[in-house]
Design a protein around this ligand. Structure first.
Ligand SMILES: [Fe+2]
Length: 321
């Protein structure tokens, strides 16, 4: 009512002035609230990280000779390729499970695979998925050898050592790429992942994976990001890379069933999935607690929350050792 009276008695330019003042005040309020929330979030994250690092630093973990070799090589190059059985006692059980999973879609088209399995997939939609289907979903209360692997100290302590803190399990995928990539795009082109400074990303071949199956490949971590992105802001095609990079440096995650690879995909240029033949691969990622500040990480945090139980098991291990 006051507004209506004001409308009648105040000249138009005064009304406009008042409206402007109110708008600026509202904008300033919401800005202040945002800054406060952000600062509060940073403080909360910082406290959590401090606490997690303290727990990690006071824990006592030891490594076998093979684990030490992996960590030494991986720290130097950001790349490693070996055999799963050398790092995980129950490798046969896990490989059997992965092979069975492959068999459910072997020889199928993308559409056939989707109609069978996409019901498990909550996150991806038709636009973001690209040329592959993720057949893994963390099902609750069912025997899951992938989760057993990821919560085995022999595996996550290596991730911890590399990252220098208690690792967070962020993402697990079992990817199926049918065949013949026609138009490579997105992560099929050379790139760095931008969500963290460093990651411990593991690959297991569930069946034989060769170059023509679209095996993931990576350069050592010695190449400079600025040179690489001069012409292509985020993704570079084969030609652009061939100009400045030594293609003989590329390491391919190839090998028979049971081949075990690790790549720091935030430090090492990599790509995968350009295939002439069908490809299966298990990809599992451990990350530091903190995301890179400039990254829209909502969907990734969603992923991390899928593994709340596993992340607690990992945290508790360091707390008790
Ligand atoms: Fe990537």
């Amino acid at each position: 009512m006051i507004k209506n009276i004001a409308k009648k008695i105040l000249p138009r330019f005064v009304q406009d002035k008042i409206r402007k003042i109110i708008m600026i005040r509202n904008k300033t309020n919401s800005y202040t609230r945002e800054v406060f929330n952000l600062k509060y979030q940073y403080k909360k994250d910082f406290d959590i990280i401090k606490e997690r690092k303290a727990v990690y630093n006071s824990s006592d973990i030891s490594f076998t000779k093979l684990q030490k070799d992996l960590l030494y090589h991986f720290s130097k190059t950001g790349l490693f390729l070996g055999e799963l059985k050398d790092y995980y006692q129950r490798s046969e059980e896990l490989l059997q499970y992965l092979e069975n999973l492959s068999n459910t879609v072997k020889g199928k088209t993308l559409e056939e695979a989707e109609s069978l399995n996409l019901k498990y997939e909550e996150k991806y939609n038709m636009n973001s998925r690209g040329n592959f289907v993720n057949l893994y979903h963390p099902k609750k209360d069912i025997n899951d050898p992938i989760k057993d692997f990821l919560t085995d100290p022999s595996i996550f302590t290596m991730a911890a050592k590399y990252l220098g803190e208690i690792p967070q399990l962020m993402m697990v995928q079992f990817l199926f790429t049918p065949n013949n990539t026609l138009n490579p795009s997105g992560p099929m082109l050379w790139h760095l992942d931008r969500h963290h400074d460093s990651v411990f990303r593991m690959f297991i071949n569930p069946v034989s994976v060769q170059k023509e199956n679209g095996a993931t490949r990576g350069f050592p971590n010695t190449y400079n990001e600025d040179d690489f992105y001069q012409t292509y802001p985020y993704f570079s095609d084969e030609e652009a890379v061939a100009n400045g990079f030594n293609m003989n440096d590329i390491v391919y995650m190839v090998g028979d069933a049971g081949k075990f690879g690790v790549v720091d995909t935030c430090q090492n240029f990599h790509c995968g999935s350009i295939s002439e033949k069908e490809r299966f691969v298990t990809i599992m990622t451990f990350v530091p607690y903190l995301f890179k500040g400039d990254y829209e990480a909502d969907n990734l945090i969603g992923d991390r929350n899928l593994f709340e139980k596993e992340n607690k098991i990992i945290y508790d291990y360091f707390k008790n050792n």
